[in-house]
Design a binder for this molecule. Structure first.
Ligand code: AMP
Length: 213
């Protein structure tokens, strides 16, 4: 099963992608995580992508598409995957579609986690990420056992630069201009599924399970 998660930044698609990944045994492929791992390791790709990420802009398609296609060509993706944060532009979606067509393959579901803009900014200012392992939490909706400390590895939590309010506003503008058109793109292919992202994490997941079976 090949699944794409759509939704504004902060809609909770990453959390749902992880839950889907665990329940259905599919790899969770997040382009944002791949970029952050590269930043942490000081690679050239990391240095290049950081400029865009810190400004709330998209990393150029040329860079993004290559890392994604390389990742889904790995062995563990043979039987499917959950894409989180890719595609984010129509050209990215077209490249993915072409690559899959060549393999006689296709995406099965594009799940849009729908949350209005007004909820997004307040949600994102509560997000916290681990400086070491990248695990994400929310001070209100998904708190750690000890405040400010990662449950998984015990490192310090921070508010990511790209979750700061001024950057979130940019990211929302970018989302509406460049990513929202994907809703029509996948609707035209009859694979779009909408879920209400304003309810609790578990309720959102229930709706997703009822779609995926
Ligand atoms: P995320 O963790 O998915 O919210 O991604 C964080 C940041 O990484 C985004 O704001 C972009 O700057 C960059 N990014 C992640 N995925 C993509 C993509 N598919 N296309 C372009 N930029 C991306």
């Amino acid at each position: 099963m090949k699944i794409i998660m759509l939704g504004a930044p902060g809609a909770g698609k990453g959390t749902q992608a992880k839950m889907i990944s665990e329940k259905y045994g599919l790899p969770h492929v997040s382009t944002g995580d791949i970029f952050r791992a590269n930043i942490k390791n000081g690679t050239e790709l990391g240095m290049e992508s950081k400029k865009y990420m810190d400004a709330g802009q998209l990393v150029p398609d040329e860079l993004t598409v290559k890392i994604l296609l390389d990742r889904v060509a790995e062995d563990d993706c043979k039987n499917g995957y959950v894409l989180d944060g890719f595609p984010r532009t129509i050209p990215q979606a077209e490249v993915l579609e072409d690559a899959l067509n060549k393999l006689n393959d296709k995406i099965d579901y594009a799940i849009n986690v729908d949350v209005p803009d007004e909820n997004i900014i307040s949600r994102m200012s509560g997000r916290r990420a681990c400086v070491n392992c990248g695990a994400t939490y929310h001070i209100q909706y998904a708190p750690t056992k000890v405040e400010g400390i990662c449950d998984k590895c015990g490192s310090e939590l921070i508010l990511r630069d790209d979750d700061k309010p001024e950057t979130v506003k940019n990211r929302l503008d970018v989302y509406h201009k460049q990513t929202q058109p994907l809703i029509d793109f996948y609707s035209a292919r009859n694979i779009l599924k909408e879920v209400d992202g304003t309810v609790s994490m578990n309720e959102v997941f229930e709706s997703i399970i009822s779609i995926l079976g």
